[in-house]
Design a binder for this molecule. Structure first.
Ligand code: M6R
Length: 365
């Protein structure tokens, strides 16, 4: 039930500190300050040459964040596809490789077909799923569950952040097993993950400020979301969430792609959401933001305390989060991105939990 919330989506957004904490507790050994899977993996992460990922929609964006993490932390090349492409493109997969499928429902037709294709190619299939009794969970070689609990809102929120929590733990585990991170580094990353629920609670406090921004947002025709590094998938997720529930046209772009086309769209009417924690690519994103500002674009900046001080120019609004380890930024920044879509949709008066034309689980292709 919705409890005190007006929509399931609102309830599910607010549940995130708790369910992410629950999910992390499943994969972290806090006493030992290490990552620990409850069971043993049926393959050796240390000898993997390549990881493939397939998923749809928001789960795909979680996979895209994981690509950055796994490549950076564990130094394994990762290829990722939307499952509807993966299933038909006949990717050559060397036997013994790892395929990760990600799905909240565990019933998405294209993701299931990708799993079956990978299995036929002799891959070990690891499924990050939220519904433990689902078809994908049954058919995978190993299930790494997200413990988000039932997600009712069509717009995925808590399933996404629990997917990120699970995938971050997997990336750190892979790094340890492959010797690409030290014991100290593992400890540091585990500590960073432990901070997530508290930081998510901080992020939820931005609600009233975001509600104000949503008033002008609701009048926009189009919105652009920009980010670099792991904030790039967040930009894609922000745009998907906004179009899905508010029906406002939105696009997510890698900030560096701006001048390769989308900058032509920018005028005084166009809100541009810039997702920029103060991480190693922050300065680059700021120079893209400067280009938007110079063309009169209306910038909504999502950053942290250090980023706000360093940004040094006018925005229409700046949403400030606490400073945090770059590893965990996608989990925490997901919250303002979701809140912005939610409050805009509420302004528009759409059916937030059951947006038009959409189904919670896409079981036909
Ligand atoms: O159940 P799944 O995670 O496999 O679903 C994948 C997508 O259909 C889903 O994430 C969809 O994009 C959401 N409506 C996004 O909010």
């Amino acid at each position: 039930e919705k409890g005190n919330f007006r929509h399931f989506m609102a309830k599910e957004m607010h549940e995130q500190p708790e369910v992410v904490s629950h999910t992390l507790a499943h994969y972290l050994d806090l006493a030992a300050e290490t990552v620990q899977l409850p069971g043993k993996l049926p393959f050796d992460i240390a000898t993997l040459d390549r990881v493939s990922i397939a998923a749809c929609g928001t789960a795909y964006y979680a996979g895209l964040v994981a690509k950055y993490w796994i490549e950076r932390i564990a130094r394994i090349p990762v290829e990722i596809d939307v499952a509807s492409e993966f299933r038909y493109r006949e990717a050559p997969l060397a036997p013994g490789g790892l395929m990760i499928v990600i799905s909240q429902s565990g019933e998405t037709a294209d993701t299931l077909a990708s799993l079956r294709y990978a299995k036929a190619c002799g891959q070990h299939v690891l499924a990050v799923v939220n519904v433990p009794t689902s078809t994908i969970a049954r058919e995978a070689d190993v299930v790494v569950p997200t413990l988000a609990g039932p997600e009712i809102g069509v717009a995925s929120t808590k399933a996404f952040t629990c997917q990120l929590a699970t995938l971050a733990a997997l990336a750190v585990l892979a790094g340890r097993e492959r010797g690409t991170i030290s014991t100290d580094e593992e400890r540091r990353l585990v500590h960073a993950l432990v901070e997530v629920p508290r930081l998510m609670n901080e992020a939820l406090k931005l609600g009233p400020q975001i509600e104000q921004i949503a008033r002008t947002f609701a009048k926009a025709q189009d919105v652009l979301y920009l980010g670099r590094g792991t904030s790039y998938p967040l930009a894609l997720e922000g745009a998907l969430k906004l179009k899905e529930i508010s029906y406002i046209h939105a696009e997510g772009y890698a900030a560096g792609e701006l001048k390769h086309g989308p900058i032509a769209l920018i005028d005084e009417k166009m809100p541009v959401v810039v997702i920029a924690p103060h991480d190693p690519v922050f300065e680059k994103t700021m120079s893209n933001m400067q280009e938007v500002a110079a063309r009169g674009g209306r910038i909504i900046l999502l950053t942290d305390e250090t980023g706000r001080r360093a940004a040094g120019f006018e925005t229409e609004a700046t949403l400030v989060l606490p400073d945090m380890d770059p590893l965990i930024a996608p989990l925490v920044y997901a919250i303002p991105v979701q809140l912005l879509a939610y409050h805009t949709a509420v302004q528009m008066g759409t059916d937030v939990d059951q947006p038009r034309n959409l189904a919670k689980s896409v079981t036909v292709e």
